[in-house]
Write a protein that binds this ligand. Structure first.
Ligand SMILES: C[S@@+](CC[C@H](N)C(=O)[O-])C[C@H]1O[C@@H](n2cnc3c(N)ncnc32)[C@H](O)[C@@H]1O
Length: 248
């Protein structure tokens, strides 16, 4: 992509992020309205905004001959992060409610010839694949866009077999008094980022991480901060979590 094309793409995405109105009666309508004009340039811009996705997939074990569900999969770029390991999966489901992003996901599946991967239009809070139980569920920057995020986490819990793995990477803010071992963010981060992102219906939440740590057995947690394209000097917090559904 030429320099001019890349900057033009950035300008269009920034317009949708900062100016364009999000309309719609239902959550799905609002997602379609938000992403319709962004789908083609989504990956190019989000690679510089949605940090830690590669690191998450590098640190996840592919469930060999198992099932993976990516909830809020968007354009399906996570599937590429498996590299050649994707062929070890029996089945991968890229689940999203937004048709313009699902179209990109379907094109990606076709272009890569992945016969074991399927893009599915469904709500992450209720989706159940034909297999019933699965080995791995991931959310990358989707939990913050799902209004009923508790139902989405509970659904991931229901889908996972005992001992199954949950992988999440997303923005967040800390509680004012975070639990032991967790980072405490500055006043600016705790208070300004949630307002900033809410403009795009992205809800940075101080309860996501505590709830996940309460329900699942922690395998690995990294708390980091990442830059935002065209916004100098400030960084937004994100976490990477790998956890397990307990075997009881
Ligand atoms: C910021 S995007 C992240 C997409 C992708 N996971 C990535 O890392 O690029 C959030 C995604 O969550 C999806 N989403 C939001 N609410 C959803 C829901 N209830 N069910 C399924 N997908 C949902 C959106 O359509 C969008 O694709």
């Amino acid at each position: 992509m030429s320099y001019v094309t890349a900057r033009w793409n950035d300008a269009k995405i920034l317009w949708h992020l900062m100016v364009s109105r999000i309309d719609g009666e239902t959550h799905a309508d609002r997602l379609n309205s938000f992403y319709e004009g962004q789908a083609a340039g989504y990956d190019q811009f989000r690679r510089r905004l949605l940090h830690g996705r590669r690191e998450l997939f590098d640190n996840l074990d592919v469930p060999a001959d198992g099932t993976w569900v990516d909830l809020g999969a968007g354009t399906g770029e996570n599937a590429e992060l498996w590299g050649g390991r994707i062929h070890q999966l029996r089945k991968g489901y890229l689940v999203d409610l937004c048709e313009p992003l699902l179209d990109v996901s379907r094109q990606r599946i076709r272009a890569n010839g992945w016969s074991n991967v399927e893009a599915v239009c469904a709500d992450a809070t209720t989706y159940v694949p034909s297999e019933g139980e699965v080995d791995l569920v991931t959310f990358s920057y989707s939990l913050t866009m799902i209004p009923d995020w508790i139902s989405a986490v509970n659904q991931a819990w229901k889908l996972l077999r005992p001992g199954g793995t949950l992988g999440i990477v997303d923005f967040y803010v800390s509680r004012k008094y975070p639990g032991e071992g967790l980072k405490r963010h500055s006043w600016f981060q705790q208070n300004i980022w949630p307002v900033w992102f809410a403009n795009d219906n992205v809800y940075l939440n101080r309860d996501h991480l505590p709830y996940l740590l309460d329900r699942f057995e922690l395998v690995h947690l990294a708390e980091n901060e990442g830059s935002i394209p065209y916004v100098p000097f400030v960084k937004v917090p994100y976490y990477r979590l790998i956890a397990r559904k307990p075997v009881r």
